[in-house]
Design a protein around this ligand. Structure first.
Ligand code: ATP
Ligand code: SF4
Ligand code: MG
Length: 336
């Protein structure tokens, strides 16, 4: 299991910090996030609403709502080059061709007054200088590839004429059009029915393998993660609290927050066990408590947790946990 990461590192985020300066105060949304993704690798980013998953992605992509958002520290290396310090024009080019994003809500991300065919063809015309005819043919190919039935007939249809699942496929088609190295998918299936969710997720995973893309999959659904991700980063209050290969994390979490998340999903292998809900609410990002930010909600908290902020401890060569008591947490997780 050790060092399965023979894949070259594609994206390496180090100690990223983002704050929002608002009239009410400064919200520290991202507080030193580090994670990496290799070629062909899938990293799932998990955490409750407001934990900073999307803001981290927006800072990576350079689409942060700024102001009020500001990147106040850190590095974002893409193939060894720091996206945050490269000239704006270079960064735009990298973003256009190498990085792509899939959002939760296709209807508000696609242009409502342009046919999907026009939106897809435009990518090839603008970025690859194709003729209208060739780009049109490419658009049909792409719609076929994401399995939109009768692609040729539907190419003139507008986004609202498609079902939610089909729209999400169109957005995936736009994301893969220029064969990017990395896709960031932010809750790509959350708005869909459960069965459609699975189909769209399968499609995304299939394309990722086919093109050997890196994938960052942002979700609060631990259920979908197990099948598609290689590794997981769990976020809490703008921090990474645990990173691990997906199967190790499921087998035994090394952070009480992860443990709480795992205990709060139904699992086939734990039949009959009562579902658990993590008590309390995430902290106000304008007043994150001292010590471990999770301490007010943690069933394991001791005095040290209220005073000393836990760094990310190395639990194994490929695992980290930001908990003073990671060893006990790991040991205590004995599946019944
Ligand atoms: N445009 C904004 N203006 C001010 N604060 C913002 C803005 N966008 C995000 N934030 C702050 O950043 C925090 C983290 O937001 P983010 O969208 O990253 O959460 P998330 O983990 O993606 O949650 P969700 O699961 O709900 O999508 C928010 O709780 C909010 O305090
Ligand atoms: S450091 Fe303390 S409060 Fe934080 S997760 Fe670990 S035991 Fe809980
Ligand atoms: Mg989000």
């Amino acid at each position: 299991m050790e060092h399965q990461e023979a894949q070259p590192v594609l994206l390496d985020v180090r100690d990223l910090q983002v704050e929002f300066r608002t009239r009410d105060g400064v919200a520290k949304a991202v507080n030193g996030v580090s994670y990496s993704v290799g070629e062909g690798e899938t990293l799932a980013v998990l955490g409750e609403s407001g934990s900073g998953k999307s803001v981290t992605a927006q800072a990576i992509m350079g689409i942060l709502d700024s102001p009020p958002g500001h990147v106040t520290g850190g590095r974002v290396f893409f193939r060894g080059e720091d996206l945050l310090t490269m000239p704006a024009e270079t960064r735009r080019r990298v973003r256009g061709a190498k990085l792509a994003m899939v959002f939760q809500d296709a209807l508000s991300s696609l242009n409502p007054v342009l046919s999907v065919g026009a939106q897809l063809s435009e990518m090839f015309e603008v970025h690859e200088g194709m003729t209208r005819k060739d780009s049109r043919a490419k658009a049909v190919q792409l719609m076929d590839r994401v399995r939109i039935p009768a692609a040729r007939e539907r190419i003139g249809d507008y986004p609202h004429q498609f079902s939610g699942g089909m729209r999400q496929r169109i957005m995936i088609a736009m994301a893969i059009a220029l064969e990017p190295d990395l896709i960031i998918a932010d809750e790509p299936t959350t708005a869909l029915d459960v069965t459609v969710q699975a189909q769209v997720m399968d499609l995304l995973a299939e394309l990722q393998r086919e093109y050997n893309m890196g994938l960052i999959l942002i979700t609060h659904d631990l259920g979908v993660v197990a099948d598609v991700a290689d590794k997981i980063a769990v976020m809490y209050a703008g921090r990474i609290v645990e990173t691990a290969p997906v199967h190790d994390l499921y087998a035994a979490p090394a952070h009480p927050y992860t443990r709480g998340l795992l205990d709060s999903i139904p699992r086939l292998d734990r039949k009959g066990q009562q579902l658990y809900a993590i008590k309390g609410l995430p902290p106000n990002l304008m007043a994150i408590p001292p010590g471990c930010p999770f301490n007010p909600r943690c069933p394991r908290a001791q005095d040290i947790c209220r005073t000393d902020r836990p760094p990310l401890f190395a639990v194994a060569p490929d695992r980290t946990s930001a908990c003073h008591f990671w060893k006990d947490t790991l040991v205590d997780f004995s599946p019944s």
